[in-house]
Design a protein around this ligand. Structure first.
Ligand SMILES: Nc1ncnc2c1ncn2[C@@H]1O[C@H](COP(=O)(O)OP(=O)(O)OP(=O)(O)O)[C@@H](O)[C@H]1O
Ligand code: SF4
Ligand SMILES: [Mg+2]
Length: 356
């Protein structure tokens, strides 16, 4: 058991499914969208979990479930050991509001445009009745200094701030109630390239100083590897691997984890990316068996027939994956690219069956 495994869990998802009903072709017909399927995840005190996967794979849905903004269709979400969807609404709001902070992608839309910075930051303190009025004012000043905002912006509206300053306000708001866990869903991707590094460094600094756990969703795979303890790979609504970040890319056993990491080689050792054939299937009709089988170079009939069980990955630190034919441990990226290229020249067509 690694040190990470011994920290107390802050939030846990068990077999969580989120199915949306989306309007299909006709006015009254509705299709099921499988946004999150059978998700199991434990977030422990002080750890950073990075979440990666292509657009639409369910990263934001996972984030929203963790912070109570999305009720699961089935499965359980526990915060501090208690199932938050079986408790009364007021208790759930208190529990999640005080325990988990959320930073969204775009501060221009996630902050109330009519409120000055001071009120935005005092709002969670008022709602949760923290301290006296004076103590709340003091906390607002403290929060602004914590995220590097000058006192002079306390009375201005978000629209009068730069993008980077607005995201600092979002971060301060997320930290107002001293949560143990912060969820950041692409917190820098809506910002100018020039301020992204500053905001990322601020988040990392605060995480260390305050001992926060963090779930960090991003398309920037190399940043995720650099800042995370554990990387969660998602594909078509499913968590397909959880890997200790330091062991990536070679430690990844799931073909999709390896393909994702091969697509962003380091500048010093450029390699060809692993070729993936075909588009990501629709979230309304995920394939039977393994969701990745329509694009995987290793797929066989068993991949179409059965969903692979979750297996321990052998590296500790929560390493686990779902794959019938995992990449052998320690195979290097260049060697894997050759194996995948050779395999995609196969002549046996994949047997594609869609679930209802
Ligand atoms: N309210 C909704 N109604 C219907 N479908 C939805 C809804 N919200 C999300 N989805 C669908 O659920 C799936 C997962 O969406 P999600 O936003 O979690 O993906 P994502 O990984 O965050 O994508 P991106 O990288 O583009 O942000 C997608 O197919 C999306 O279209
Ligand atoms: S289970 Fe089969 S299709 Fe899925 S990732 Fe593993 S080898 Fe590929
Ligand atoms: Mg998203």
């Amino acid at each position: 058991m690694s040190a990470t495994d011994e920290r107390p869990p802050i939030a846990e998802l068990r077999d969580v499914h989120v199915v949306h009903r989306a309007r299909a072709g006709g006015l009254f017909s509705r299709e099921r969208v499988y946004a999150l399927t059978g998700a199991d995840l434990t977030v422990r005190a002080g750890e950073t979990i990075g979440v990666v996967g292509e657009s639409g794979c369910g990263k934001s849905t996972l984030a929203k479930v963790l912070v109570g903004l999305q009720r699961p269709t089935s499965g359980s979400v526990t915060v501090g050991g208690e199932d938050v969807w079986t408790m009364p609404m007021a208790q759930r709001r208190r529990r999640i509001g005080a325990g988990i902070g959320m930073i969204f992608q775009d501060p221009a839309t996630s902050l109330n445009r009519r409120m000055p910075v001071r009120d935005i930051l005092r709002d969670p303190l008022d709602v949760h009745r923290r301290g006296t009025r004076e103590q709340r004012e003091e906390r607002v000043t403290e929060l602004m200094s914590l995220v590097g905002l000058p006192a002079s912006v306390a009375d201005v509206l978000p629209s009068q701030l730069s993008g980077g300053q607005r995201q600092r306000v979002s971060i301060a708001r997320a930290l107002a109630l001293e949560p143990g866990l912060v969820i950041a869903d692409e917190p820098t991707s809506a910002l100018d390239v020039s301020v992204r590094a500053q905001i990322l460094n601020l988040l990392l600094d605060l995480k260390d100083r305050l001992g926060l756990a963090m779930v960090f969703v991003s398309h920037d795979i190399q940043t995720v590897k650099r800042i995370s303890d554990r990387v969660v790979t998602m594909y078509l609504g499913r968590i397909v691997e959880q890997t200790p970040a330091a062991a990536l890319p070679e430690g990844g056993r799931h073909p999709y984890t390896r393909a994702l990491f091969s697509a962003t080689p380091g500048l010093l050792s450029p390699i060809d990316p692993i070729p993936l054939v075909g588009p990501v299937p629709s979230a309304t009709r995920p394939p039977s068996g393994c969701p990745f089988r329509t694009r995987c170079w290793n797929a066989t009939d068993v991949c179409a027939a059965d969903l692979p069980p979750t297996e321990p990955g052998g590296l500790g630190g929560g390493h686990e994956f779902r794959c019938h034919h995992p990449v052998p441990a320690g195979v290097g990226s260049a060697q894997l690219v050759e194996l995948a290229k050779a395999a995609t020249g196969r002549t046996t067509p994949l047997h594609v069956e869609e679930t209802a």
